[in-house]
Design a protein. Structure first.
Ligand code: MF3
Ligand code: CO
Ligand code: CO
Length: 255
């Protein structure tokens, strides 16, 4: 399959879906406190998407997944399953990843939460990982290469003595949740596919404090670091415009 190029009408629909996905993360923020379960956070997000946004939670039923959000805590890299028995505790770092479908179009985004007071090494991981996302976004423009994105992210991660998870990547997105191309979070400048105006894709680096290696738990979803050290992730959906990336899932706390 070729990479789809979206026209301005399609991008407008992506903008609507992206805004709704961003709003879910804004809406859930005050709920993220010590004592709440990830299962409860999931229910609040589901209800908001279905009843307030009149939209569809894309993860529900996706390849057999049953929840609205992925909730990935500490050493969980991604795809943590919300659970009524997993209670957030002070010092946890949590990623909430949500995808909303509106009018057939997808918006996919995630952010990190610091639960109460966190250790400085965790605060630093969360901050540097967000910088990795922004550095990846900054190099996006027509004529640049996908390898430039991975290079920018990997440079920043490794300069800070972190590693980049290689098994999971960003992806094209549109009226299909995961489509071509794959967006690697490591790589070499000038390599890979050339970026064109009208492409829409996610950038979603997963950055580890220790080694890059991961393992999937027996539930078939939860991905953890092999060495048990912590991992962080931030994700945006972007559209490639003439002058660079338009972030479709930007939250009001971002500049
Ligand atoms: N939202 C994830 C991504 O960034 C995918 C989650 S799939 C699920 O691509 F089934 F685990 F929800
Ligand atoms: Co994604
Ligand atoms: Co996502």
């Amino acid at each position: 399959m070729k990479i789809s190029i979206k026209n301005s009408k399609e991008i407008e629909k992506m903008r609507v879906a992206g805004k709704l996905a961003a709003e879910v993360l804004e809406m859930i923020t005050p709920y993220v406190t010590p004592g709440i379960s990830t299962g409860e956070l999931d229910k609040v997000c589901f209800n908001h998407i279905v009843n307030t946004q009149n939209a569809i939670p894309a993860n529900v039923g996706y390849r057999g997944y049953e929840k609205t959000i992925c909730s990935s805590i500490n050493q969980v890299i991604c795809h943590g399953i919300p659970d009524d028995n997993r209670i957030l505790k002070e010092g946890d770092i949590l990623n909430i990843d949500v995808t909303v479908i509106k009018d057939g179009w997808h918006g996919d985004t995630s952010k990190m939460f610091l639960v109460g007071k966190c250790a400085p090494h965790n605060e630093r991981l969360v901050k540097i990982t967000q910088e990795c996302l922004y550095k990846g976004i900054e190099v996006v423009k027509p004529g640049a290469y996908l390898g430039d994105i991975g290079y920018a992210i990997q440079q920043h991660a490794e300069k800070n003595y972190y590693s980049v998870v290689e098994e999971y990547c960003g992806h094209g997105i549109g009226n299909v949740y995961h489509e071509e191309p794959q967006i690697l979070h490591y790589g070499k400048e000038g390599k890979g596919i050339k970026i064109e105006e009208g492409m829409c894709f996610t950038i979603e680096p997963m950055i580890n404090q220790g080694a890059k290696y991961c393992k999937t738990l027996k539930d078939g979803w939860t991905v953890e670091t092999r060495d048990g050290r912590n991992s962080a992730q931030w994700e945006h959906t972007i559209a490639v415009q003439k002058n660079g990336a338009e972030i479709l899932t930007k939250r009001s706390e971002e500049i």
